[in-house]
Design a protein around this ligand. Structure first.
Ligand SMILES: [Zn+2]
Length: 76
């Protein structure tokens, strides 16, 4: 399967999830961020994705490692 990354709006914190799309605005689920129409804007703050270089950032979802604290149990 093709991996699609989520993108977060730096202005308001909205996260575009390609798996969900934006059906209310005619964006079908499984629409990659790159495939959004040029006139698509952030549904929350209205910033244009044409300025995605500054307003939207890719969220790395693959290989997310949890911060496991290495509490090594020393035998007392
Ligand atoms: Zn926004």
């Amino acid at each position: 399967m093709e991996e699609m990354d989520s993108f977060q709006c730096l202005v308001c914190g909205f996260i575009y999830d390609p798996k969900r799309g934006d059906p209310r605005r005619g964006i079908e689920p499984l629409t990659a961020f790159e495939d959004l129409p040029d006139d698509y804007t952030c549904p929350v703050c209205g910033v244009s994705i044409l300025t995605q270089n500054s307003a939207f950032v890719r969220i790395e979802t693959s290989g997310q490692t949890c911060g496991t604290d290495r509490a090594s149990r020393n035998g007392a």
